[in-house]
Design a protein around this ligand. Sequence first.
Ligand code: FES
Ligand code: FES
Length: 161
Amino acid sequence: MSTVKLTVNGKAVTVAVEDRTLLVHLLRENLNLTGTHVGCDTSQCGACIVHIDGKAVKSCTTLAGQVDGANITTIEGISKGDQLHPMQAAFRDNHGLQCGYCTPGMIMSAIDIVHRHNGDLDEQTVRHELEGNICRCTGYHNIVKSVLDAAGRMKVAQAAE
Ligand code: FES
Ligand code: FES
């Protein structure tokens, strides 16, 4: 066992974990943050993506002990109270949700994509960047539309800050 100290969605947490504990299990089982999903456990589907120090990372293949001291954001931490994050709002408005299983990982990945490209995205880039996120509903069209819409909304939101 070892002790891991993290900041999760802005709150400091200290958790005793076994050395083999994966970050996704710490989030879901120790902290009850079940918005982060497990779809494959083999780093292929992206359902488990969270932000570690601002970058999208697959939490199913990250040991909790590896991220001691890190700042973690999960899908539960991106809205401002009742106000959805622009990416969440864009998924809702463009019907990017479908069954919703892959959605938390898609959204966390997509926010990072928008940041890395400074909001300058085209369809081809979004499709390429989302290669690490699998949607079993196979309806990528509305997901891509959502990300492109959110890129514009995030620019507007940033300009307003
Ligand atoms: S559960 Fe992590 S990539 Fe699928
Ligand atoms: S929305 Fe169903 S798996 Fe993606």
